[in-house]
Write a protein that binds this ligand. Structure first.
Ligand SMILES: [Cu+2]
Length: 696
């Protein structure tokens, strides 16, 4: 843990293979898992040496026991846990040693106040960090709590590019805590799945695409994801098909209170986490303290975090299963029952428990007299007779007061997250800008035309908000494009959760019947814009509502959030379910554009690979090789010649792809939900140099 005022870190990002081992002779061999769980060098096995070298588990990345690519951070998966004190200045250099891909790092939950260009979103707040280049993030660690860092480029997070970022409160002694990362896991790189997905613009062959009728559904009649479940990991470990791969083990002593920092770093599947024979006391969500609530399990969506405490029972000994199960209940919208347990496990081990045996503990039973409490239901209730009681996140109480500001000072916005034209917000699929927005006008974006309101479209959807107001977002999941729960993350902020609305449902089965009727979102049932409250606004809870940075919108329902605008910048606002985000369920909250801080001297520009020609469409992508720019925080990592050749070839291919994809930039206005608008690009394109403000 760094307790200094300035904390410096270097994170080296590189690709590796799971289930391989580099011997003392430098040779890389595959690994076989023996029945007793030990790992043996495959080469020695192939030589008939059945007692050949046993590979220490800490010297390999086993994942779920199947060999595939993985991204390591400082040779670790998950990446190292970084711990700093609140208010510390963080200086963190990312060294990109991925041969084929650019990258960027987002610090999930950090405000980045005054430094919106450190938020890590490519083409919004910075240029991507090219292979063999590095970039240094500099920001203040605030707010305190459980946070995490992850790649915000492509789907690298899903392949391992993430880790915990813990900010400790000043003046409060730190107690032992353990990150617990959840992740769904496939046996291909996730970008292979993306490329192969029928959802993406390029429409691949759809190897991973499952028709609607065959997808996994939860009992409430909502689709989980279009991707078949394959496997899952807790802190980077799991077992595929009940093999004997090593699992993550958490040590606890009798009488000890252990704090877990549970974070869902995965892509698609929601997990319900429980520990056999132990209750969990939830003390924080998304890093923000709540009044303690004792539950038997927590539903965790991608991007969310929960801190919970477990007490080591003096009467317990040995080992217990920690279980994370998906919400799978059956196939298709009619939820045809199918017996498929989708689960990953870890181990809670008391002192002196045997290390070579699996627990034989049983899952908690929930009875009428002693029902199980489940935190974060995205549906109104579990089926009758399941003896499970829902606690919604909107029921949690923050430890900090919140008061209603003058209602006339409020600005209210309605955003519908759904599949009206595929994953989109208010009927708009997000088009990534071609130059980072943080470079300011002229913006190189795909403007939203007026027809987006009715027809839907792909564009750089942006809503501007003013500074110094109370901003209320009504997050909807309504209309014919609803049908799955979404989990929405706002960059640069945390917010209070004031209300959640659910659909009408069948109390016996728990299945939805009709969508929530509180909101009028137009006659066409597309729920694009504009929307309004149908009757009076529902009761909003101002009695210490919970503070979060990521929140679920129940399918066929809504969630109301509120925050005070105090952070000029371009903030990405998106669903954290990867296939949804990558298909376009994403938008920009642009705040106080006249008050954006100047970019630091020498802030890296993107360039266009060719160095001479302007890109098609007369955009603003001039190459920036001007030495007068002075010191840049990008540096070229020393290269072997062969690596350089690979990069040049890949760059050329990328450049060609970009040229093909480049869209004519319209001079039309940016379409948005409120009265203000982004500056209209001037008729004559300016060079990029003019858009970067240099500080003396
Ligand atoms: Cu979503």
């Amino acid at each position: 843990m760094c307790t200094d005022d300035v904390c410096e870190f270097t994170l080296v990002v590189r690709q590796a293979r799971t289930m391989t081992y580099t011997g003392s002779d430098g040779k890389v061999n595959g690994i076989e898992i023996l029945k007793n769980g030990s790992l043996q060098d495959k080469y020695s096995l192939s030589q008939g040496d059945m007692d050949g070298p046993i590979v220490p588990v800490e010297e390999t990345i086993t994942a779920d026991g199947v060999q595939r690519n993985v991204i390591l951070v400082n040779d670790q998966f998950p990446g190292p846990t970084l711990e700093v004190m609140e208010g510390a200045q963080v200086v963190l250099t990312v060294v990109n040693k991925l041969y084929r891909e650019a990258t960027s790092l987002h610090f999930h939950g950090m405000y980045m106040r005054g430094v919106p260009y450190m938020d890590g979103v490519p083409y919004v707040t910075q240029c991507p960090i090219l292979p063999m280049h590095s970039f240094t993030y500099r920001f203040k660690a605030e707010p305190a709590g459980t946070h995490w860092y992850h790649s915000h480029t492509g789907s690298q997070k899903e392949d391992g590019l993430y880790g915990a970022f813990i900010v400790h409160k000043n003046g409060i002694p730190t107690t032992p805590s353990l990150p617990m990362f959840l992740q769904d896991w496939w046996h291909d790189d996730f970008n292979t799945i993306d490329v192969d997905s029928a959802f993406m613009e390029h429409r691949g062959p759809g190897r991973f695409y499952i028709p609607w009728q065959n997808r996994g559904f939860s009992f409430d009649g909502n689709e989980l994801t279009a991707l078949n479940f394959k496997s899952a990991l807790i802190n980077g470990r799991g077992r595929y098909n009940n093999n004997s791969a090593p699992l993550t083990r958490f040590e606890i002593s009798s009488g000890e209170t252990l704090r877990f920092r549970l974070i869902h770093a995965g892509a698609e599947y929601t997990f319900r986490v429980s520990i056999d024979a132990h209750s969990m006391t939830v003390v924080a969500n998304d890093g923000h303290d709540v009044e303690p609530v004792q539950v038997q399990s927590i539903l965790v969506f991608p991007g969310e975090s929960y801190d919970f405490e477990v007490v080591g029972d003096p009467f317990n000994s040995g080992t217990y299963w920690i279980r994370a199960q998906t919400l799978w209940a059956g196939k298709g919208p009619d939820v045809e029952p199918e017996d498929r347990l989708q689960e990953v496990r870890a181990i809670l081990a008391y002192d002196n428990a045997p290390t070579d045996e699996d627990p034989n503990s049983a899952m908690q039973t929930c009875t009428e007299n002693s029902p199980c409490r489940v935190l974060n239901c995205p549906f109104p209730a579990f089926p009758a007779g399941s003896n499970m009681e829902c606690i919604y996140v909107s029921d949690l109480n923050s430890t900090e007061e919140y008061s209603l500001s003058d209602e006339s000072e409020n600005e209210e916005y309605f955003f519908n997250f759904g599949y009206q034209i595929g994953s989109s917000v208010n009927g708009r699929k997000f088009a990534t800008p071609k130059q980072p927005l943080i470079f300011k006008a002229p913006y190189d974006i795909t403007p939203c035309e007026a027809t987006c309101e009715t027809d839907g479209c792909t564009c750089t959807y942006t809503a501007e908000i003013p500074l110094g107001k109370t901003i209320r977002f009504v997050l909807m999941n309504l209309g014919f494009g609803s049908g799955g729960h979404h989990v929405i993350h706002l960059h640069g902020y945390d917010f209070r959760v004031l209300a959640m609305g659910f659909p009408e449902y069948n109390e016996t089965t728990g299945r939805w019947i009709s969508e929530n009727a509180d909101i009028n979102c137009g006659n066409d049932n597309k729920c694009g814009m504009p929307s309004s409250w149908n009757v009076a606004r529902p009761n909003l809870n101002y009695n210490r509502p919970p503070t979060r940075d990521t929140v679920v919108i129940p399918s066929r329902g809504y969630t109301v959030i509120e925050f005070r605008s105090n952070n000029p910048g371009f903030w990405l606002f998106h669903c954290h379910q990867t296939t949804h985000m990558n298909e376009g369920m994403s938008m920009i909250i642009a705040e106080a554009l006249d008050k954006l801080p100047a970019l630091p001297y020498g802030f890296p520009t993107c360039g266009d690979f060719t160095g001479t020609e302007k890109p098609p469409g007369g955009g603003s992508g001039e190459a920036t090789t001007d030495a007068s720019k002075g010191q840049s925080s990008v540096t070229l990592v020393e290269l072997e010649q062969i690596q350089l050749i690979i990069i040049i070839v890949v760059s050329a291919a990328l450049s060609a792809t970009i040229a093909v994809l480049a869209v004519v930039v319209y001079n039309g206005r940016v379409n948005k939900s409120k009265k203000e608008k982004l500056e209209t690009p001037p008729a004559a394109p300016k060079s990029l140099e003019d858009t970067v403000i240099m500080e003396d």
